[in-house]
Write a protein that binds this ligand. Structure first.
Ligand code: DX5
Ligand code: ZN
Length: 214
């Protein structure tokens, strides 16, 4: 299992300490949530914070764009050092073009689906994707309750990936705990994003280690 701690739940008053914790853990990537207050009803961090994180991070950056017109910022996030760029299906009119622009910029392309968006909409684009991110809560906030229907959605996506010959891996984001994470692992997930479960734990490094073993 790959694990991507989400710094939305980190201590922004001492972000360096939390990034160093991730550097010293078994985490595989650092998940950074970018919200614009339009696509989602919240605003998180922007370019200067990503730049500061990138300077300290020793794990690949997994950037989750919850913004309208994400195509405007593809090169910006490449220059900031993103390895993975996640754009929402619901925010992209010309998804095929955007996925190719992410690749041309030299990043891994991931497409994110909101909970109500069925996996079948990805059928044509799946062979071009490196990752699909299934939201397992409605995007915008950390610490929300896991949506149970996500387990069967992961299984459907796994079948579609196989049927389309795609090499995309499956990431999930929202409400991931040791309990939901275990069931998600059994359903075929490759990457667990985790905010509150990691950062509200007494032992974040130990919790990352436990998530890795699921
Ligand atoms: C929510 C964000 C998540 C968030 C997950 O919109 O995309 O990455 O940090 O937080 P938890 O793991 O606390 O549900
Ligand atoms: Zn996220």
């Amino acid at each position: 299992m790959l694990v991507a701690p989400s710094i939305l739940s980190a201590d922004f008053g001492n972000l360096q300490k939390d990034i160093e914790m991730i550097n010293n853990s078994q985490a595989d990537m650092i998940h950074i949530d970018i919200m614009d207050g339009v696509f989602v009803p919240n605003i998180s961090v922007g370019i200067p914070v990503v730049k500061a994180v990138a300077e300290i991070a020793r794990k690949p950056l997994d950037v989750h764009l919850m913004i309208v017109n994400p195509e405007k910022f593809i090169n910006t996030f490449k220059e900031l050092g993103a390895t993975w760029l996640n754009v929402h299906y619901e925010a992209c009119t010309h998804l095929n073009r955007i996925v190719h622009e992410i690749h041309e910029a030299g990043m891994k392309a991931a497409v994110t689906l909101n909970p109500a968006t069925p996996v079948c909409v990805l059928e044509e684009i799946l062979p071009d994707l490196d990752m699909v991110l299934l939201m397992t809560v409605n995007p915008g906030f950390g610490g929300q309750k896991f949506i149970e229907g996500s387990i069967s959605k992961v299984k459907k996506l796994r079948e579609l990936i196989k049927a389309t010959g795609s090499h995309a891996i499956i990431e999930v984001d929202g409400g991931v705990t040791l309990e939901t994470g275990k069931r998600l692992a059994q359903a075929g997930v490759d990457v667990l994003v985790s905010g509150n479960t990691v950062f509200k734990s007494q032992d974040p490094i130990g919790t990352i280690g436990l998530l890795k073993k699921l």
